[in-house]
Design a protein around this ligand. Structure first.
Ligand code: GTQ
Length: 367
């Protein structure tokens, strides 16, 4: 792709040049000017499509998998969301993977660990639990739970529970792009619970309070679960106090209470609340985001296309894509859960953000 711009590659190919390209290709080499404008675009060119997956469409198929495979056969019984632009790497957007995991009462999946970091966002059912490095964590509706890289983890549903579905989020495509992914199955296929149930909530989950003594030196949050009730109450209070941004409404990040930083090194997460009728301004930034509507209904304009969402729908915003959100309900809040790769983007000095110009900051709907 030639560009008639000073500083960009703009070479007219001649028979001599073409012959030259052929010769160096035999040496597994190439002339930069034949690819420079593609590999160094003026701005990020996401291969990911803006996408929305309706829960109403997916749910029956997710439930159908209950009768088709066991967790023993499958390892984990998950239907993953495949972005048409990123099928080759099983990404939902950018370097992020997401899927819907389903388990019946009494089922459990084998313990394993990997270099990828993982999270769960609980969609429906009761009795689900996960065991992370010997900590048993109970999973309730709209709870956010982390499984940091390198931790042993296994999931199950108690025998007296109901069929559970939760969203898994992982950085698999990112870690694979960095060619750094290891996977291990636990030698016993399960691990002992070594702490009181939900102990990390009691020890690390005090609002603004930390243990007076005790050192935590690992890179991820010691708090493994962020409960919906506390999150929603904090968001309501935040919104009432005038907190928020023009682009996201009231938005709170899930944080590592020890550092104030993101919950894991590679994945950040947040919950946002759009007050009744709210329409945010459009912006774009580097980094990829996966959203799940946790409450209410509305729509988002992503790259000029309108995506209507209802509770449990999942949608994605690719890097450097304009987006704005609207709460379609004039009487009730709408809440969007999100996870993203911003900790990586920021750590590498790659964060950039831009507000959509104009008085209203609204991107026209073109798609
Ligand atoms: O439970 O760690 O959806 O390793 C995909 C890969 C979940 C998990 C997924 C995984 C997991």
């Amino acid at each position: 792709m030639r560009e008639d711009v000073p500083g960009r590659a703009n070479v007219t190919d001649t028979p001599a040049l073409t012959a030259y390209y052929d010769e160096i290709e035999k040496l597994d080499a190439g002339a930069l000017w034949t690819v420079a404008n593609e590999i160094e675009p003026w701005e990020p060119q996401s291969a990911s499509h803006a996408m929305l997956w309706r829960y109403a469409d997916l749910r029956p198929h997710v439930l159908r998998s209950l009768d088709l495979v066991t967790p023993e056969q499958a390892g984990r019984r998950v239907i993953y969301l495949a972005n048409p632009g990123r099928r080759d790497v099983a990404a939902a957007v950018g370097g992020l993977y997401t899927g819907l995991q389903v388990m019946k009462p009494g089922e459990r999946a084998s313990a394993h660990r990997h270099s990828s970091s993982a999270l769960r966002f609980i969609m429906e059912g009761s009795g689900a639990y996960t065991i992370v490095d010997g900590h048993r964590v109970t999973l309730g509706r709209n709870d956010f739970v982390i499984t940091p890289n390198g931790t042993w983890h296994e999931h199950g549903v108690a025998a007296d529970g109901s069929t559970c579905i939760w969203q898994d989020g992982l950085d698999i495509p990112l870690v694979n792009a960095l060619e750094a992914n290891f996977f291990e199955v636990h030698p016993d296929l399960t691990q002992p619970v070594r702490h009181p149930v939900d102990d990390t909530t009691g020890i690390w989950g005090g609002a603004g309070l930390l243990p007076a003594t005790g050192n935590w030196t690992r890179a991820h949050s010691p708090l493994l679960k962020y409960e919906w009730e506390t999150t929603y109450a904090a968001l309501r209070a935040h919104a009432k106090a005038g907190g928020g941004t023009p682009f996201d409404g009231a938005i709170l990040q899930y944080i590592n209470p020890v550092t104030g930083g993101p919950v894991m090194q590679t994945i950040g997460a947040a919950m946002q609340l759009l007050p009744p009728g709210e329409q945010t301004r459009a912006h774009r930034h580097t980094g990829s985001t996966v959203y799940q509507c946790a409450k209410g209904r509305g729509w988002s304009v992503i790259g000029g296309k309108r995506f209507d969402w209802a509770e449990r729908d999942i949608f994605v915003v690719p890097s450097w894509t304009w987006h704005e959100h609207v709460n379609a309900d004039n009487n009730d809040d709408a809440c969007l859960f999100q996870f993203n790769d911003l900790p990586v983007i920021r750590a590498l000095g790659l964060y950039r953000e831009e507000a959509y110009p104009g008085d209203y900051g609204r991107h026209p709907i073109t798609g």
